[in-house]
Write a new protein. Structure first.
Length: 289
């Protein structure tokens, strides 16, 4: 159904190194360094935000970026996934993220959604590219890692926006991913979700080597509804949601807990979803077939 070639596993940029879990605020769990003893676990906090910041949607307020900056400053997450943003928003969030992780290198990635009518990228009202993003703080800038990104092969042909996915391979220690699935066709959203978790992520693992994987995003699917988001959650994988459309899922070697819904005070139509990840390096995950 894709209207343009599927840019599968297109490597879009190189980023440095290894996620760190040290230097955490006092109200957060203590952790072992990501590069530490293999028998130890690493605890990270992940924040999912849908900012509705294109300037075109009815949920746009012009206040989402300011509220996102406040939330990141207060919560100091280790990973941030961003949906419905303009490309310069990644740089703005990068600067805030850097202030809460002083002395660390911050890496950021962006993937534009496609635009079927033009064959180009979807644009915000400002003319900037529209899409999804991901940020992480790292500790070894000299290391070379990769960002994988592309558009889903199945799209809702009634929607000109071609939905995208994005993954950051962080030094072979964690594959962190985000996506924003179809909002106009729920069956299409389920097909996109299934292909991402059953084909795209296992293919990355086969080609680049397995690593614990976490996926966060606005999936536009709910638990207990038809179609049910749980049908695209592999056996044994954990899932936490915001009670509606945003979800965090993880492979079996990652434990998810401590969900917190962060108020956005009307700046966008979704709360922030904050989840704690415990990566157990001694526990095998789900290897690709």
């Amino acid at each position: 159904m894709a209207a343009r070639p599927y840019r599968f596993l297109r490597r879009t940029l190189a980023v440095g190194c290894l996620l760190a879990a040290a230097a955490l605020p006092a109200n957060r769990p203590t952790t072992s360094p990501f590069a530490g003893d293999a028998a130890q676990s690493t605890v990270l906090r992940m924040l999912q935000l849908n900012l509705c910041n294109s300037g075109r949607a009815g949920c746009y307020t012009g206040r989402a970026m300011a509220r996102a900056a406040e939330v990141i400053t207060i919560e100091a997450p280790d990973l941030v996934t961003l949906n419905e943003i303009c490309e310069p928003d990644v740089s703005a969030v990068h600067d805030v993220f850097q202030t809460v992780h002083p002395g660390r290198t911050v890496v950021a990635a962006f993937q534009a959604a496609g635009d079927r009518p033009s064959g180009d990228d979807t644009r915000c009202r400002s003319g900037q590219r529209f899409g999804i993003g991901l940020l992480a703080h790292v500790r070894t800038p000299a290391s070379s890692n990769t960002v994988y990104a592309g558009t889903h092969p199945t799209q809702d042909l009634a929607d000109p926006e071609e939905r995208a996915w994005l993954c950051v391979d962080v030094d072979g220690a964690l594959l962190a991913c985000t996506t924003h699935l179809s909002a106009t066709g729920y069956r299409v959203a389920l097909t996109q979700c299934d292909h991402l978790v059953d084909t795209i992520l296992p293919t990355i693992s086969r080609n680049a080597g397995y690593e614990p994987t976490v996926l966060a995003g606005d999936l536009n699917l709910r638990a207990g509804h038809d179609p049910d988001v749980r049908s695209c959650t592999p056996p044994g994988h954990q899932r936490i949601d915001d009670g509606r459309l945003q979800h965090v899922t993880a492979t079996t070697d990652i434990t998810l807990c401590c969900r917190s819904l962060v108020p956005m005070h009307g700046a966008t139509d979704h709360p922030g979803l904050l989840v704690t990840l415990t990566i157990d390096s001694g526990r095998p995950g789900r290897r690709p077939a």
